[in-house]
Design a protein around this ligand. Structure first.
Ligand code: 5AD
Ligand code: SF4
Length: 450
């Protein structure tokens, strides 16, 4: 496009930020911007930030400092900060870093084009409101429909009312809000028309989804999944992130009966100690979590479980930590994310006595070793099995294609004439450090000759 201005977006943190960045890029497309991969030739730089742990916020400040020379060379360059750091520290960012022209919180993204126009008139723009309008409706792209890759995220629910004692999300993303089901279904159909075959439904508390359905009743996440299941051309459905207390019976049942719903569930528990779970305000015990997983596995025996863990939460003793290790031993996660507790200003746990950094680091190391052990075992056990793979992109070797199995493992296949978007049965033949290798299986399940 002749004369188009260039927008560079850098995204930190979770998948919801990835989704939001795509929406912001589309909205700015309407204001004459095209995306660029490099900050050097940009007319506007937008950092979409994450506030979940300390380091994430500090990274933003150091990144901003690096843009100084760019702005010296190009005074018209506009620099914006979006996301959860913007929401939590908007005014402080403006004060601390005069390079910043614009600060926009996650609930105000639809106002971005007007805010950009304001910066072009030489003013600073800050918006961290929680307006009631439907942000996603306003952000919808009205321009030409670009082709998409085979997988996409779709936000269905935002915010959180749970107030876990360590977490900033209820403050940065606000109260729980579910989007109307009809709008989600429209967006899903549009994605499928543009080439998408797998959709991951996103929400900070996605299984608490309770959006208004087209029939006038409130739909659960399971009801929404069944409606998506009816979309021709959509082959796979995933959702993340869930809270154990919102794993309803209909959702557990869907894992057993809905063939498009993939056998992978991210269900964070954070700790295996009842004492710490209580102090975290998680509102369930370790035993309740384990019984829940039993029920999920009864519905879908091969489901791959994934989780999040925090070590070194205030008052965590060695015994509490051992309880977490025992829970990990029992669940045998196929995947897990683990973090040292990070003090977040404004959250209840920030006021409590903190553990030494050394203790946290030592526990994290031991926990990660245990998780890696299980992760490996689960991945290695795939060898010899035939699994569905959705291919996404060429691999590193000529002719190689890489995709994801139903269980979210990366799988590569050599020289089989595959294209992105192809879905094929693959017999797994090897388990590498970060991915699986395999060969296309024939119709009857035997492996095709190489
Ligand atoms: N410190 C460390 N980890 C945290 N998480 C959320 N808040 C904190 C914190 N203050 C982790 C939790 C959550 C994941 C998204 O990030 O494990 O599930
Ligand atoms: Fe944060 Fe998740 Fe707890 Fe909500 S449920 S407060 S998003 S950890």
């Amino acid at each position: 496009m002749a004369g188009a201005k260039k927008l560079y977006i850098k995204t930190y943190g979770c998948q919801m930020n990835v989704y939001d960045s795509e929406r912001m890029a589309e909205a700015m497309g309407g204001a004459g911007y095209v995306e660029t991969d490099s900050p050097d030739d940009a007319d506007m730089i937008l950092l979409n930030t994450c506030h979940i742990r300390e380091k994430a916020a500090e990274k933003v400040y150091s990144e901003l400092g690096r843009f100084r020379t760019l702005k010296d060379d190009k005074p018209d360059l506009k620099i914006g900060v979006a996301g959860c750091v913007a929401q939590a520290e908007g005014e402080e960012i403006m004060r601390r870093q005069p390079l910043v022209d614009l600060v926009v919180g996650p609930q105000s993204y639809h106002r971005l084009p007007q805010m950009e126009a304001q910066t072009r008139r030489g003013a600073k723009a800050l918006d961290t409101d929680f307006p009631l309008d439907d942000k996603f409706e306003a952000l919808k792209s009205r321009g030409p429909k670009a082709r998409r890759g085979p997988t996409a995220f779709l936000t269905v629910q935002e915010g959180c009312d749970k107030f876990c004692a360590f977490c900033v999300v209820p403050y940065t993303r606000g109260a729980e809000v579910s989007r109307p089901a009809a709008r989600i279904l429209d967006e899903a159909r549009d994605l499928v028309d543009r080439g998408v075959r797998e959709i991951t439904l996103l929400g900070q508390n996605v299984n608490a989804y309770h959006g208004p359905g087209p029939d006038g009743t409130d739909w659960s996440l399971a009801r929404l999944i069944w409606a998506l299941d009816g979309i021709d051309g959509l082959e796979r459905i995933r959702f993340t992130t869930s809270h154990p207390n919102d794993m309803t019976d209909d959702l557990i049942e869907a894992h057993g009966t809905c063939s498009k719903l993939m056998p992978y569930l991210h269900l964070p528990v954070q700790s295996g100690s009842d004492r710490i779970l209580k102090r975290m305000n998680r509102k369930h015990t370790a035993e309740e979590y384990l019984r829940l997983i039993e029920r999920i596995r009864a519905a879908r025996p091969d489901i791959l479980m994934s989780g999040d863990f925090i070590v070194g939460f205030p008052e965590e003793t060695e015994q509490d930590f051992q309880d977490t290790m025992d829970l990990i031993e029992e669940v045998k996660y196929g995947y897990a994310f683990s973090f040292k507790y990070s003090t977040r200003p404004g959250t209840p746990a920030a006021e409590r006595d903190q553990l030494d950094e050394d203790v946290k680091s030592d526990r994290l190391q031991r926990l990660q070793a245990r998780i890696t052990h299980h992760q490996r075992a689960v991945q290695d056990a795939m060898v010899g099995r035939t699994v569905g793979v959705l291919f996404e992109k060429p691999g590193r070797l000529p002719g190689q294609m890489v995709g994801k199995s139903e269980y979210l493992h990366a799988v590569h296949v050599a020289d089989a004439g595959l294209a992105p978007g192809d879905l094929a049965q693959v017999t797994i033949t090897e388990s590498g450090s970060n991915s699986l290798g395999g060969r296309l299986a024939t119709e009857d399940g035997a492996t095709a000759a190489e």
